[in-house]
Every structure is written in C-alpha cells, then in structure tokens.
Ligand binder design. Structure first.
Ligand SMILES: Nc1ncnc2c1ncn2[C@@H]1O[C@H](COP(=O)(O)OP(=O)(O)OP(=O)(O)O)[C@@H](O)[C@H]1O
Length: 242
C-alpha cells in the first residue's frame, strides 16, 4: 500500500477535526476522498503531506512514516494544497524551474517542457502567475505537484475553478497519472468521482462513513447515484433525497 492511514486523529483546541480514521490507497486505483465542508479532508491531506502533525495515530506515504521520515515522504509525494498557494510574482516557467530545482530534478529543461505540455500550460507559460485565470493557476499547481514525477499524488480539489473544457482535459490527465501512481484527490464534484475514481472514502464530521470501491458502494446502497449515497451518509439527520 502506498498510503496507509492508521487510526489517525487531529485535535484543534477542543475540536476533533479527524477522529481515529483509517484507510489505504494503492497505485492504479484513484481514490476519491469526499466529505461535506469541514469534514476533515484537508486536515488529513496536510498530515499526509507532512504540513501539520497528527495528534494520535500513524500514517505512511510510499512506505515512509509521515512524522519520522518526512524528507523521504516529500521526495515521493506530489501535493496540491487547498487554495493552491503560488508565488504570484513569478513567471510560470520560472516557478517551474524553482520547484524543479528544489526537487533536484534531472534533465530539468526537458522535464519542465514535458510537464508544461502535459498540463496544457503552453500558451500561458510566459505570463506571470498573478496574471493567470483561476483555471490556469490550478494547472500551475498541478504542474508543480508532478514535476519530480512522484510515486504518490495527493491533490486537494485539483479541478476547482476549471471550466467544462478544462475539466475534461485535467480529468484525462489525472486518469492517466492514476494508472501508474497512487492518487488521492478530494473533490465536491460527484460526477468527477464517477468519471475517474475506483475507490471512494467518505468522511463526515471527522469520521469515515464509507470506504469501498465505487462499484461496491453503489451495490451496498441501493441508490443510483453517488450524489444520493453521499447525501444519505452525510446530510444532517432527517434530510434525504427521494
Ligand atoms: N488550523 C486550524 N485551527 C482550528 N481548527 C481548524 C484548523 N484547520 C481546520 N480546522 C477545523 O477542522 C475541521 C476540518 O477542516 P478541514 O479543512 O480539514 O475540512 P475539509 O473537509 O477540508 O472542508 P472543505 O470541504 O470546506 O475544504 C473544520 O471544522 C475546521 O474549521
């Protein structure tokens, strides 16, 4: 397993943002990490990326412990944080060079143009990031996450802000990346999960309420769409879709 989350808990002050959660992810099976606003998705992803420490429990990425082996974790992980923080004053290509340098990427120039092509940044590559539209900024974030060709990708809402054409392109890219890599992505777009994810983990109020294959989840809840299943598992008591 390339990602192992084992009884992980994060407490902020009085609040348990995630509460004793466990799940695994493996290469070749894109895992959709779903949950309502505030459920604990970003918190979990930040712990996996070594950005914040957990309160209890363990997690590993590519066989390395996120607490004790964070350098090895970073080498093997591409992470797109929520809100995609970028240096707005940098030019697109300059920012790619900066990140490629940090990772010690070999054949830098060739790899940068390969990733610019893969993420469809070609036409915008000479602009400053601050001058890009939201969708193109999102592409830069994805490009930076994959520049070092990591084994594991954790992408927090990678398609947020994309128009329908861009959505299709980026989904195809993610699908391609997910064939060989371990890919976990969070999204609020159920259609996206249906289109590219094989595994689904749903978290609600810090606790896991579903962990199954997409097909298995549909079979065990005699509901037609993932949206209906999501609502039945996460909506406040008394609300359901009929
Ligand atoms: N630094 C922090 N300090 C205190 N509470 C926090 C902090 N970060 C997150 N939380 C709380 O932890 C809970 C989980 O937040 P998190 O960002 O992980 O949710 P999420 O599932 O990613 O939500 P969204 O879909 O809205 O992005 C929320 O109630 C949030 O307010």
């Amino acid at each position: 397993m390339s990602i192992i989350v084992d009884q992980l808990t994060k407490v902020y002050g009085q609040q348990r943002a995630i509460d004793n959660i466990s799940f695994n992810a493996e290469p070749g099976k894109i895992l959709g990490f779903l949950g309502p606003n505030g459920a604990g998705k970003s918190t979990t992803m930040k712990i996996l990326a070594g950005f914040i420490p957990q309160t209890h429990g363990r997690a590993s990425v590519a066989g390395f412990d996120v607490t004790g082996q964070s350098l090895e974790v970073r080498r093997n992980l591409g992470y797109l944080p929520e809100h995609n923080p970028l240096y707005l004053d940098m030019y697109v290509k300059e920012s790619m060079e900066f990140v490629a340098n940090l990772h010690g990427v070999a054949n830098r120039a060739a790899r940068i143009s390969e990733v610019i092509d893969l993420t469809g940044l070609g036409v915008e590559q000479h602009k400053k990031i601050g001058a890009l539209s939201k969708g193109y900024r999102q592409r830069v974030g994805i490009a930076q996450a994959i520049i070092h060709d990591p084994k594991v990708l954790i992408l927090d809402e990678p398609t947020s802000g994309l128009d329908p054409n861009q959505l299709v392109e980026i989904r195809n890219l993610l699908k391609e990346l997910g064939k060989s890599k371990t890919l976990v992505l969070s999204t609020h777009i159920m259609q996206e999960v249906e289109a590219i994810c094989e595994q689904v983990v749903i978290i609600n109020k810090g606790q896991i309420v579903a962990n199954d294959s997409l097909a298995g989840l549909k079979e065990s809840h005699s509901k037609n769409s993932l949206e209906e299943i999501f609502i039945s598992l996460t909506s406040p008591a008394g609300f359901s879709v009929d």
